[in-house]
Structure formats: C-alpha cells, structure tokens
Design a binder for this molecule. Structure first.
Ligand code: PMT
Length: 400
C-alpha cells in the first residue's frame, strides 16, 4: 500500500480566483514529493497565474482549451481522465462548482471532469456571500452526493474585503486532504488514542523539567491514522507543531494531566499508542514563588510520576496497546521487559541519542517487538513513513 503522492498520476484543476497563486505552491509541494501532475486551467485562471508557471513546475504542457495545438495537450481530456488517480480543483470557483453540479462541459476543465472516474477533491474559494448563497451550497451538496470530497474553506478576511468563510486553505492542508483521498481506509470505524510530545514538571512558576521530544513521531502517527480513516484523539504535551486537521486534540502540560486525560479516554478507544516522552520524575514540591538565584547550593527532591502505560496495561480489556521505549543501549532487554511488564501488544524500541533518530529528528530507526516474541528491525526512514509501517503492523492485530 502506498501513502504518498510519489509516482501517482494527479491532475490539478485551477480556476480563476485570487487564490490561484496558492495552487502554484500546491503544485510545488506535489512535485517535491515526486508526483506526476498535469495541470488543466480555465481561461479565467490565466488572468491570475500564467500557464508558463505551471508548465515550468510540472514539466508538462498545461491544458487550457479543448483545442490546444500542442500534441501533448490537444483534446487529451479522455486520456488524462483515464490516467488520473486523483484530481484536485484548487481554487474551485462558484462557476466551476455550478458546472460540475449541472454536468455542463463548455471548457477544458469542465469537459475533462465529466470523463473522470477517480477520487476528486474540490477546494472552494470565493467571496463569503457567494459561498453561503443557496445556489453554491446546493451545488456543493450535489457534488458530495456524486462522491466528491469537498474541503471546507478557511474563514477570515478575504481579498474582497468581506470577513467569513471562503478562503482557500493553505497548500499544506490541501496536500494532506489529497493524501487522505488516496489512502486506503483500513482504520475506518476505529478509535485511536495517541499521546505525543514531552511533559513539563514545574519547579517554580518560571522553571520546569522536560525533555527534547518535539511531538513529531506522535503527530505523524495521528496524521497517518486519520488518513487511513480512524477517529483520532491526540493527547499532546507542549509542542510547536500544528495538530492534524480533524484530530480531537487534548492539550496537557504535566505527566499527571496526561495521566488524567489518557485514563479518562482509554475505554472509548480501540487502540492506544503511547509515543509521548513522559517525565519519570517531578519535583516533590513546587515553589509558589520564583526561587531566587542567591539561594546557593539548591537541590531539588524528585518523586516518581505515575507510569501511565502500566496503568493502561492493567486496565485494558480488548484494546490494542502499543508503547514506545526510548533507549540508548541494551534495547532487546529493556524493550521486551517493558512489553511484558506493561501488558503491551507491541513496543517500538526507539534508538535515541543520534541526530537522525529519536528526539526531534524528522527520521527515525526502530526495532519493533511483538507480544508473540518476534521482532522486526526497521532501518532509517521518515517518521511519516514509520507511522504508516507501525499502523500496518497494528492493522493485522485488529479483530475482524
Ligand atoms: O517527539 P519526537 O521528537 O518525535 O521524539 C519521538 C520520541 C523519541 C519521544 C518517541 O519516538 C519515543 O521513543 N517515545 C517514548 C519516550 C519514552 O518516554 O520512553 P520510555 O522508555 O521512558 O517510556 C516507555 C513507555 O512508557 C513510553 O510509551 C512512554 O510513553 C510510557 N511512559 C513513560 C513514563 C511514564 N511516567 N508514563 C508512561 O506512560
């Protein structure tokens, strides 16, 4: 199964709107991931962004009219439609949405769309009053009935001066929605609880104990699970990352807040994945006032935090429980000991300490240990890819 756009045949439809400049950035993101993208643009779109820009980025002829003279683009709508694995229309204007809803084919893009049988993502962008009009809402409803995915526009101040919904979402969000469209939905109907990031244990009002977890690994798993159709609850410690769209996010700070959130939520979930780097110790007492530096020779008494994973393991019924083990050495011994002691179905042994794996890196390497005593060595890969690999391993444990 593939969860990237790499090598996938995509078509980007661009309509005439001020947001057309964002479709250039979307195309750039798709090309960076080695997708094969053809662009079909309306005549009005060319008023906002020239076809040369799309041609240079996609390295393919852009189709603008039904009567292109270049061999590659001439009356190619049937061939391109058959080849496409997904189509994204961004921005989609009220006019194009109306044509798609009504089956009108009077230009290259609308004609091409009638021949398309693959998944389609429509990204409306227009003035708020136009977007909220009965006609546009009825047409969007009809597109959903046809099976098109419609990405809700963002809200805010628009180029026309009105404030409200109608803004084209950022290219990274459209990219994610496109990945969602392409991914198999093998976690559909499953509720997944994921913890991510570090915890902070206060010393006084301005100081705390923490660790370098960025949240990247846990957020990647959350995003991958959403993409594959799961309902996701993400319990996150402090992280600078943007939470995935459509995840239910519970922000926590300390280990005790994370414990309360996880233990309150676990019974509602089928799968629990504990990626968070939870502090094992916290100051035994927290000073209400800032500790002054003149106080020489300060020592802090520490006490254990609750082992959340152990508590979940003791209470679990039919849930699949996955832990992580961040270790610098003796991985086999430490990870398998945690697997047994915490009643886990799988533990991801994460070799930390290097620049390319573990804390804050974009890549990771791991050894995965299973309840049946087997292990799997996973070489260095992007955390986004490791997330899918781990979900592949979990998917086969899900009872039918
Ligand atoms: O966030 P990133 O920058 O992407 O980094 C990812 C990561 C390195 C944090 C992640 O891949 C990882 O290894 N997470 C586990 C970190 C950890 O706390 O390991 P541990 O061996 O100390 O804990 C074992 C397990 O018990 C973990 O699942 C942890 O969530 C859990 N735990 C630990 C302590 C505690 N008090 N309660 C817990 O539930």
């Amino acid at each position: 199964m593939t969860y990237t756009v790499q090598g996938r045949h995509l078509v980007l439809g661009v309509c005439g709107g001020i947001a057309a400049y964002k479709s250039v950035e979307l195309l750039r993101l798709l090309m960076k991931e080695n997708a094969s993208v053809r662009v079909v643009m309306t005549a009005n779109a060319a008023h906002f962004v020239g076809p040369m820009t799309f041609e240079a980025l996609s390295r393919k002829t852009v189709c603008r009219t039904l009567f292109e003279t270049s061999d590659e683009a001439a009356v190619q709508h049937i061939h391109w439609a058959q080849e496409a694995e997904a189509v994204v229309i961004a921005p989609a204007t009220a006019n194009m949405i109306g044509k798609l809803a009504g089956g009108i084919a009077d230009d290259a893009l609308s004609t091409f769309m009638l021949a398309v049988a693959c998944p389609v993502l429509v990204c409306p962008a227009m003035n708020t009053h136009m977007y909220e009009s009965k006609a546009v809402q009825r047409n969007l409803q009809r597109l959903k009935e046809y099976g098109y995915a419609v990405l809700e526009p963002g809200a805010g101040e628009l180029a026309c001066g009105t404030t409200g919904p109608g803004r084209l979402p950022e290219p990274a969000i459209i990219f994610d929605a496109l990945l969602d469209l392409l991914a198999p939905k093998d976690f559909s109907g499953r509720r997944v609880l994921i913890t991510a990031g570090p915890t902070r244990e206060a010393i006084d009002p301005v100081r705390f104990i923490t660790n370098p977890s960025s949240g990247k690994m846990g957020y990647a798993i959350a995003r991958a699970a959403l993409m594959r159709g799961a309902q996701v609850t993400l319990v996150s410690g402090p992280s600078a990352l943007t939470p995935p769209l459509n995840a239910r996010v519970l922000q926590v700070t300390s280990a005790s807040e994370m414990a309360a959130a996880v233990l309150a939520e676990m019974d509602r979930h089928d799968i629990v994945i504990k990626t968070a780097a939870v502090a094992d110790f916290r100051p035994a007492s927290v000073s209400d006032l800032k500790i002054k530096k003149e106080q020489a020779g300060l020592s802090i008494q520490l006490e254990r935090t609750q082992d959340i994973l152990k508590a979940v393991g003791e209470r679990k019924q039919n849930q699949i429980l996955v832990g992580f083990a961040a270790e610098t050495h003796d991985m086999d011994a430490f990870a398998t000991e945690k697997l047994k002691a915490k009643n886990l179905d799988m533990i991801v042994g994460n070799i930390v300490g290097g620049a390319d794996a573990g804390f804050n890196a974009d890549t990771n390497r791991a050894i995965v240990y299973f309840k049946n005593g087997t292990r799997e060595q996973v070489d260095l890969m992007a955390k986004t890819d490791l997330a899918h690999l781990l979900l592949d391993r979990i998917a086969v444990m899900i009872p039918a």
